[in-house]
Ligand binder design. Sequence first.
Ligand SMILES: [Zn+2]
Length: 170
Amino acid sequence: MKNLKLPLTIDPRRSAQRRLLCEGYFELIGLDRLLAISEKASEHVNVKMNFDVDEQGLIVISGNASTKVSLTCQRCNELYEEKLEVEFCFSPVKNEEGAQHLPSDYDAVELDENGEVNLRDLVEDELILAVPLIPKHKLEDCSADADTTWGKLPEVVEKPNPFDMLKQLK
Ligand SMILES: [Zn+2]
């Protein structure tokens, strides 16, 4: 299963019993919350997800996701591209009580009323958490970092004063 558009929701129990491995993508259109905090974004989020049952009988959804978004560098105010990469390990629960009983290695993801997990929301949540609080270029790429530009005023081009020029004509 490669480069497939992934389903938005999935039944984790059935997928875990089949030891399903999903490899594919979500279109970024639809990930409104992530789009709202980025200036521009690539079209896809690449996702790899593995459904399994652990030795305690818990369903495990593990995998990773990556995408690129454009953010405004807080140092030089220019757009730059940030690669977001996340890894996750979830176990579906019915409610908050279930979440409290999970081993600490797992994050809880709540099942919806159909017993399914919203994969796209799950991935989007993780990606949003990966967006830096203060976005900035890598030091070597940031134009504000070089000593020569730091604190330098923009060059003022001196325009001849038109009144002075008139005076000269008289
Ligand atoms: Zn910068």
